[in-house]
Design a protein around this ligand. Structure first.
Ligand code: ACO
Length: 194
């Protein structure tokens, strides 16, 4: 996705971590620069969040700059610095956060937990099926020190389910009473479940 400003002036690395302050982790600059940066990052998140919603057939965006300011979520943003004549393009986003959930195990027993959840995941249409999603997901797993089987996923699309099957061999879903999907392997590696 192209923007009417220099994306490379905002993001110093191919993948950036963004939290409530809307400043890429490692940002340095005075208050004025921070304000300008956060406002451009907010615009980027709004546009990418809307594209993600459209790709998932949702009525409205679940990821916006305003929402990121309001919740304790982490956004991973992937850019291609070579795009748009060297100004850089934004390729995709991955939003993570903890949610209090009642999670059913394979025996139908429920557990109150607050697992890390995949809340939004999107790679621009022009870059899908080229390994960008895997790159972003792997980066997140390393940052969060977590295995793919330990995550709960908010309403995964068919594409995302295919992605998880292909890259992480996750396919055995345990039915839940909410919109979240977890796999059988979820319980093998969660220390807080008896
Ligand atoms: N149809 C079926 N499977 C697909 C498709 C597709 N159109 N696109 C990606 N995949 C799966 C396949 O397993 C594919 O492997 P294959 O090409 O050998 O069949 C694999 O993903 C490719 O892996 P990557 O290239 O690393 O993934 P990609 O960069 O395409 O990112 C993603 C995956 C994020 C799901 C992307 O396809 C996308 O943005 N889709 C539209 C939005 C979406 O569905 N997001 C998830 C919503 S659910 C949530 O966010 C919690």
């Amino acid at each position: 996705m192209e923007f009417p400003f220099n994306v490379n002036a905002i993001f110093q690395t191919r993948i950036s971590i963004i939290k409530r302050d809307l400043l890429p982790q490692g940002f340095s600059g005075d208050a004025r620069a921070a304000w300008k940066c956060a406002s451009q990052v907010s615009d980027i998140i709004d546009v990418m969040g809307l594209a993600s919603a459209r790709a998932q057939g949702l009525q409205k965006a679940i990821t916006t700059g305003d929402r990121l300011r309001s919740y304790d979520h982490t956004l991973y943003l992937l850019v291609n610095p070579e795009g748009n004549g060297g100004k850089g393009v934004v390729v995709g986003l991955l939003k993570m956060g903890r949610k209090k959930l009642f999670v059913f195990d394979v025996n139908g027993q429920h557990h109150e937990m607050e697992p890390l959840c995949v809340l939004d995941f999107y790679i621009h249409e022009s870059m899908q099926r080229m390994g960008c999603g895997k790159l972003l997901y792997e980066f997140m797993l390393q940052e969060e020190h977590i295995g793919p089987e330990q995550l709960a996923i908010d309403r995964p699309s068919e594409k995302f389910l295919a992605f998880l099957h292909k890259h992480y061999n996750l396919s055995k879903i345990i039915p839940q009473a909410n919109n979240y999907v977890i796999f059988e392997e979820f319980f093998s590696n969660h220390a807080d479940v008896p």
